[in-house]
Ligand binder design. Structure first.
Ligand SMILES: Cc1cc2nc3c(=O)[nH]c(=O)nc-3n(C[C@H](O)[C@H](O)[C@H](O)COP(=O)(O)OP(=O)(O)OC[C@H]3O[C@@H](n4cnc5c(N)ncnc54)[C@H](O)[C@@H]3O)c2cc1C
Length: 414
């Protein structure tokens, strides 16, 4: 059992493991503590879209630019976790003409490659699309597998000296002389509580960041938001289908092995551990997705799962100099913000932009600890890309697979 480290990272989702990898590559010692298995939170219960950014190009061009930049990086460093399906934004006869043109132009303005396709062309290649399809444009969307991606980050952190502790729940934050100096961790198997001291603590507990912050008397207003995904039997789906209209529920359908995964909704919940899961949410997914792909209405539903987004409810998105980092995620320097040095919180964002979030936190923590090594995660391939055995042998260690991956287990393990 480790007693001290440079950086103690709370939460073993994609953000926590991504930060551990980044800091280890810079030469800092890290420990990740995760209360369940790796990817137990939003990471293992998400939709699986490697965003091209097209979805955000009109309303949030900054997020869109971040997405396309990270999309290109992940296709390179983590190509083994990505299915190159491509994606389309599909306009139906009933949809607003001007939204299509606005979206297409906004993509170009954000540096996202688009290719216009006529109704005849797209229906020839993808005959399951509705006969009401009017036109479409192609974007570099893809499908990403969150579990091997999280494990690959954890394994690389470990290969560089990091420690990954699962079934290890933070039950208190240690504060001495006004500064955070570590945490108390309850280990499920040993059923005992241990203290881990650290030069810096990173709170990467997603939707649970508020309750973890409260352990250090820090207020972190979160607005956790649940979303449902419905999995239906649909072997012919071979690309990502986005309904081209202002973002709403059930607009995106992803291919996942022999199934289609329809998502999603966004409904605020009070408690990320205990929230209602209603039939109407599942019915709505089928209804909306069958507008672009009519046969979904009669396809066999295999199952549904829900995840909770770690959305930040505050407005103080700051770095040391007080400037907004991005509207997409929040990095909270608790020394600056709460007069509680020694701890940083990172919340929000998307799986697509996890590496960039990890880089921002790692830059910040490195500067706090006087380390000047640059970030290397944008160019160093993740374990498993060049040698599948590097990852295959470790997946079971962190399993069983979370809901977002169950159907792709053959792909992941073969
Ligand atoms: C419905 C839905 C669909 C989504 N679809 C997409 C998509 O298609 N594409 C995309 O890019 N992004 C998507 N996202 C967003 C993406 O999933 C999240 O932004 C990302 O996974 C957040 O990762 P995280 O590590 O910050 O949080 P999490 O994955 O939630 O990790 C936080 C971890 O902290 C742990 N924890 C909590 N309390 C403690 C404690 N006391 N001690 C120790 N550990 C603790 C939790 O168990 C959890 O594992 C979606 C999210 C949702 C909910």
């Amino acid at each position: 059992m480790v007693e001290e480290t440079d950086v103690l990272i709370l939460g073993g989702g994609i953000t926590g493991t991504g930060i551990a990898r980044d800091l280890e590559l810079r030469g800092l010692d890290t420990v990740v503590v995760e209360r369940g298995r790796l990817a137990d939170g939003a990471t293992g219960n998400m939709h699986g879209l490697l965003h091209s950014g097209a979805r955000y190009a009109v309303a949030d061009p900054e997020s869109a630019r971040n997405c396309i930049e990270e999309n290109r990086i992940l296709r390179d460093i983590a190509s083994h976790c990505v299915d190159e399906t491509g994606g389309y934004f599909v306009q139906l006869a009933e949809d607003d003409e001007s939204h299509f043109e606005r979206s297409r132009q906004a993509c170009l303005d954000c540096g996202i490659d688009v290719e216009s396709v006529s109704a005849e062309e797209i229906r020839e290649d993808h005959p399951y699309l509705a006969s009401e399809t009017k036109r479409a444009f192609r974007v570099p969307d893809a499908v990403i597998h969150p579990f091997p991606l999280t494990v690959a980050n954890a394994v690389d952190a470990r290969d560089h000296g990091g420690i990954i502790e699962t079934h290890a729940e933070v039950v208190d934050i240690l504060v001495e002389g006004g500064a955070v100096v570590g945490a108390e961790v309850r280990y499920r198997e040993e059923s005992k509580i241990e203290t881990i001291r650290a030069r810096h603590v990173v709170n990467a507990t997603g939707a649970w960041a508020e309750s973890v912050g409260a352990m250090a008397n820090i207020e972190i207003p979160m607005r956790p938001s649940k979303g449902v995904m419905v999995v239906v039997d649909f072997p012919s789906l071979d690309t990502v289908v986005n309904h081209c209209r202002p973002a709403t529920d059930g607009d995106i359908v992803l291919p996942h092995e022999n199934t289609a995964i329809i998502g999603t909704t966004s409904v605020e919940v009070e408690n990320p551990d205990d929230y209602p899961k209603a039939q109407w949410e599942e019915d709505l997914m089928i209804e909306e997705a069958s507008r672009t792909i009519p046969d979904i209405a009669t396809a066999r539903t295999i199952r549904s799962y829900w995840g909770v987004r770690p959305l930040f409810g505050g407005t103080d998105v700051t770095l040391e100099d007080g400037r907004a980092l991005t509207r997409d995620f929040a990095l909270l320097d608790h020394g600056e913000r709460d007069d509680r040095p020694g701890m940083t919180t990172i919340v929000g964002g998307k799986l697509t932009t996890y590496r960039q979030m990890a880089e921002a936190v790692s830059d910040h923590v490195s500067s706090e600890l006087g380390v000047s090594e640059p970030c290397r995660t944008a160019t160093e391939p993740l374990p498993g890309r060049d040698d599948p055995d590097e990852l295959r042998n470790t997946l079971d260690e962190f399993g069983p697979l979370p809901p977002a991956e169950e159907l792709a287990s053959d792909v992941i393990r073969d």
